[in-house]
Design a binder for this molecule. Structure first.
Ligand code: GLN
Length: 442
């Protein structure tokens, strides 16, 4: 498939042929179910959009039954930005319902297959975006990452996925899951394309009160694969990863050393605190954010309600899937009076400790090398226990809790042909170093 960089240089007439070719490819690989729909708007370079990002006049479903039929009344800021740069939204990518999950199995629109192994998951929640780019049925895509949802599916599908610093990319027009953690980011075939798309979508936006109002210097014109960096490896982290991930880790360390970088060895508290803090904060925020889906303002409404309470109850019972319900219950519980201090407040304190710990490591390093997931793509149904699925987010969620930028990129394949990706984590707003480091691992 043509790269994003190449596509952006095509004359207008050739973009039309490119779109037609893309439609043919999508049809040929229909069984992947990477697209919820193949909508088109404009005549720019086609970019696949995760179905939780609003495109004016298009459905936005967040892969939930509750949003069936809802039409977005305005464009997300990232959509305005891509259109200004010569790209056009093309297709809605499948995902876990409301971005809750790590496998895209919770979509109301059915599961997406991993392009490298159809019996395995593409990862999640941006599984449709990752599978489409990995299968050559999208040039590039936008995803969202609340706790790994760009980076983990990128690793499972053998592509590049980047989560910007919290506040770098506007969340205006992104269906909120956990507002203090959500970030939109690029999912692409290579590191340079990720930098190009990242530059297009970044920058301050007065519509998003958490958008960082600081100067923005584009990274693409300054990409430098020859910088010599100090890269930390967290020795106690890697022990919990599978043999395939450990092997990729060794390969990456060797490649970084060969490229002239310095490796420093560190230890960190460990993922059990990350997981506990994340699943309290994310579910608490989700329970508040999802209260807006009441059957009145958005999408689906239960038929023939007896009264208002019945309308709310049945709309939500019928409209939300099991995982979303589980999280609303959990989030409401940790925010309820009597439990707020014990859970929510404590999780916020742990979040600060996690952030401080990253800052401590970054006093002596430019980047951190880390696994993205403990294993390569797992099989459908293998993570039937929700808690087991939550534990598989161990390596990605600390980055969101601390608001840091990170890029996931393919390192090697297992003997079975499954891609294994690793991530490089950077300092706040130092995306330049994240991309530069990634180039030397590509
Ligand atoms: N797997 C994590 C969760 O289920 C992360 C999802 C995400 O980043 N949107 O919450």
């Amino acid at each position: 498939m043509i790269t994003l960089k190449e596509a952006l240089q095509l004359p207008k007439e050739e973009i039309k042929a490119l779109r037609d070719d893309l439609k043919k490819r999508i049809e040929e690989k229909k069984e992947l179910n990477a697209y919820i729909s193949v909508d088109e708007a404009g005549d720019g370079v086609p970019l696949l959009i995760k179905d939780n990002i609003q495109v004016k006049g298009w459905n936005i479903t967040s892969a939930s039954k509750i949003l069936q039929g809802y039409v977005a009344p305005y464009n997300a800021t990232v959509i305005e930005k891509i259109e200004a740069a010569g790209l056009s939204p093309f297709g809605r990518a499948n995902m876990d319902e409301f971005a809750m999950g790590s496998s895209t199995e919770s979509s109301f629109y059915g599961k997406t297959l991993n392009p490298h192994a159809p019996e395995r998951v593409p990862g999640g929640s941006s599984g449709g975006s990752a599978a489409a780019v990995g299968a050559g049925v999208a040039i590039a895509a936008l995803g969202s990452d609340t706790g790994g949802s760009i980076r983990q599916p990128a690793a499972f599908c053998g592509i590049v996925g980047m989560k910007p610093t919290y506040g770098r990319v506007s969340r205006w027009g992104l269906a909120a899951y956990s507002s203090s953690l959500d970030q939109i980011g690029p999912m692409t075939q290579n590191v340079e394309d990720a930098a190009i798309l990242y530059d297009i979508i970044s920058g301050h936006d007065s519509h998003d009160s958490t958008s960082a109002n600081i100067d923005y210097t584009p990274v693409t014109p300054n990409l430098d694969p020859n910088r010599k960096l100090k890269i930390a490896v967290i020795d106690n982290y890697i022990k919990d990863a599978s043999a395939e991930v450990q092997a990729a880790y060794e390969t990456a360390i060797k490649a970084l050393e060969d490229a002239g970088h310095t490796i420093v060895h560190k230890e960190m508290m460990g993922a059990k605190y990350d997981i506990a803090a994340y699943y309290i904060i994310a579910t608490a925020e989700a329970s508040a954010n999802l209260s807006r889906y009441d059957g009145i303002r958005y999408g689906n409404r239960a038929e023939d309600p007896k009264d208002l309470k019945d309308l709310y109850l049945r709309t939500r019972s019928e409209g939300f899937g099991d995982e979303v319900k589980r999280r609303i219950l959990l989030g409401s519980f940790v925010l309820s009076s009597g439990y707020y201090d014990a859970y929510y407040l404590k999780a916020q304190k742990v979040r600060h400790l996690i952030k401080d710990e990253f800052e401590e490591v970054f006093k002596d390093a430019d980047l951190i090398l880390s696994p993205v997931a403990p294993t390569p793509a797992f099989k459908f149904g293998e993570m039937a226990d929700p808690l087991q699925m939550y534990l598989s987010d161990a390596y990605t969620i600390g980055v969101n809790l601390a608001g840091l930028p990170a890029i996931s990129l393919p390192i090697q394949k297992t003997a079975e042909g499954l891609p294994v990706g690793l991530q490089l984590i950077g300092k706040h707003f130092d995306e330049q170093t994240v991309f530069d480091g990634a180039l030397s691992l590509e």
